[in-house]
Each structure stands twice: as structure tokens, then as C-alpha cells.
Design a protein around this ligand. Structure first.
Ligand code: ZN
Length: 135
């Protein structure tokens, strides 16, 4: 079974971030459509959601690897800002355990201070303003 699948996927594009995104958003839209049943909007959501899911599979099994690769690159470039924002939020969340993040009162530069050092004087690396905070 696994071998068959491998042989089937040979020369085909496979899964990438763009496909994953389409599959997940497609399924979400289909789920949303069930809340809108009996409504024309529900029908549109339902069709659009399944269209996304089918398109995802179409890309996975596509033999036009160059084109699919280019699509994924475009997708990644277009979502770069959003993805790096979420990545940043994740990092901030992780850092909260070990560090405080203060903003310089003068230039708003973010400064990372390790926790548990008592009251300390912080010097902004950007504008050299000093301020006192509890770490
Ligand atoms: Zn500053």
C-alpha cells in the first residue's frame, strides 16, 4: 500500500505550505457554511470551501512541479509579514517566562531584560536613555 502510494506520488508535486493553508481554510469555510445553512451565503461558502480542498489535492498530485513551486513561493512572499508577525508573537510569549520586555520611554525601542534581578537601571542601546525598572 505504502509502495503504491510512493509510486503514485513519483514525479508529482506533493504537499507544501500553500496546499496546507488551502486545505485548512477550505475545511474551516465548509464548517462555517453549516452554520449558514438555508442561506445563499452558506451555499457559496460550502462550494468555495470544497473548491479550496479540491484545488489543494490538484496541486498535490500535479506534475507541473515548476509552476506549483512558483505558486508556493508567491504565497510565501505574500504571507511573509503575517507569518513573521505570528512568529514574533510566539517568541514574545516564550520570552515572557525568562525576560521582561520594556520599551524605551524615549525612542520606543524594545529592550529585553532577564527577570529576577531586582530594580535595575536600563540603558537603551539605540538612544542611550537610561531608565529604572524592576526586572
Ligand atoms: Zn531609546
Amino acid at each position: 500500500m505504502k509502495e503504491k502510494l510512493i509510486r503514485f506520488m513519483q514525479g508529482r508535486y506533493g504537499v507544501d505550505s500553500f496546499s496546507k493553508f488551502m486545505l485548512i481554510s477550505g475545511l474551516v469555510v465548509v464548517m462555517l457554511s453549516s452554520f449558514l445553512s438555508g442561506n445563499i451565503l452558506g451555499v457559496i461558502c460550502y462550494v468555495a470551501g470544497w473548491f479550496l480542498v479540491i484545488f489543494c489535492y490538484f496541486r498535490m498530485f500535479s506534475r507541473n512541479i515548476t509552476k506549483r513551486y512558483a505558486e508556493n513561493q508567491t504565497f510565501l512572499a505574500k504571507t511573509y509579514k503575517i507569518r513573521s508577525f505570528f512568529q514574533g508573537q510566539k517568541n514574545v510569549w516564550k520570552l515572557r517566562k525568562t525576560h521582561h520586555i520594556y520599551k524605551c520611554p524615549n525612542c520606543k525601542q524594545k529592550i529585553r531584560i532577564p527577570r529576577g534581578k531586582g530594580k535595575i537601571e536600563i540603558r537603551c542601546p539605540k538612544c542611550s536613555t537610561t531608565f529604572i525598572k524592576k526586572s
